[in-house]
Design a protein. Structure first.
Length: 340
């Protein structure tokens, strides 16, 4: 008998750590963790099976189909925005072709099971592309359908994969004689910048926030690559995990769309600096904007509208700006780096 499991790809990443620990505490879920790197030791007790491998390896994915009954896929693997610009073709293969491989795996699983497979996909504000700072300042809270002209390969990949998910959920093999009910229950969250107290930033263009915080806790100087007035929406990792699980649990009939914005608070780089300096006196932060990275950040909204998520599945963050730093980030980062 094949075991019924939840597949988490990219389990060793920033989101993967938190999600694996959260779901691993539930007795009704068995996790198969997939990552190209060896899984961190502290995550292994939460997993039914750990698989080290590449989502571009079709032979590997075929073995997963044969061995497990996969009811839900949390597809977290991604090459992020900054890293993706150094090798955009590789980013496209991993982010785009890898997602396509997982969608095909989900279709095959649905065929075997005779019921749709849930496919939970984290997208990003990198899917947006606002052409000018002036337009960004006038845009206000940006909705899901606005300003979708991304300027990075990562953003292009995310937007494309949102459309892939929509196709597989609603139009897959639409001209086929045997076309039946949808085989993919695709659910997507478009995240703001994410900040974790427990994992280090891994190549995102919004990482100046968490980088500044982690450097300060180690009494290391930090050169911030954006202007002090640069403003982006952010969210701490517990709220990111909460949103993924809440969307997974929502009844399908309540969901009016496939792609949802979520957010918690918007803050400038200078405001982050002020908070960090309050808790880590003497921190040295210099603002030395990198023009090319600044242009990318300037193309992303200062605020995003998450009203649809609030209406359809009751989304509400637990952490505003004050709680995010005062109750989650600062205490846990001080503990991480043994700071009094």
């Amino acid at each position: 008998m094949r075991k019924e499991v939840v597949l988490i790809t990219g389990a060793n990443g920033e989101i993967g750590h938190g999600l694996t620990e959260y779901l691993g505490d539930r007795e009704d879920i068995q996790i198969v963790a997939l990552d190209v790197q060896e899984l961190d030791d502290e995550l292994r007790p939460f997993c039914h099976r750990v698989v080290q491998g590449d989502i571009l390896d079709n032979m590997l994915l075929g073995r997963l189909v044969a061995e497990f009954e996969i009811r839900t896929i949390y597809h977290l693997v991604s090459i992020l925005s900054t890293r993706g610009e150094y090798n955009p073709e590789t980013a496209h293969r991993v982010n785009g072709e890898g997602t396509l491989n997982l969608l095909k795996l989900a279709v095959e699983q649905a065929d075997w099971q005779g019921r749709p497979v849930k496919f939970i996909y984290p997208s990003s504000i990198a899917a947006y592309g606002i052409p000018h700072v002036e337009s960004k300042n006038r845009a206000g809270k940006v909705k899901e359908e606005e300003w979708l002209t991304p300027q990075t390969m990562y953003g292009c990949n995310k937007l494309y994969c949102e459309h892939l998910g929509r196709y597989y959920a609603r139009h897959y093999k639409q001209l086929g004689a045997d076309r039946g009910p949808s085989k993919i229950d695709f659910r997507c969250i478009r995240f703001p910048g994410l900040i974790s107290a427990f994992t280090l930033p891994s190549g995102g263009t919004s990482d100046y926030g968490p980088e500044m915080l982690h450097q300060a806790a180690q009494s290391l100087p930090y050169k911030c690559f954006v202007r002090p007035d640069t403003c982006l929406p952010f969210m701490v990792m517990p709220d990111a995990i909460k949103s993924l699980v809440d969307l997974w649990a929502a009844p399908r009939e309540h969901l009016q769309r496939l792609v949802y914005n979520v957010t918690s608070f918007s803050v400038t780089a200078e405001e982050i600096h002020a908070i960090v300096a309050k808790f880590f006196p003497g921190v040295v932060v210099s603002f030395e904007p990198d023009q090319r990275r600044q242009e990318i950040v300037d193309s992303w909204p200062s605020e995003i509208d998450d009203q649809a998520a609030r209406n359809d599945w009751g989304w509400e963050p637990d952490y505003d700006l004050e709680r995010a730093f005062g109750e989650y980030l600062i205490p846990n980062i001080k503990k991480r780096y043994h700071v009094n």
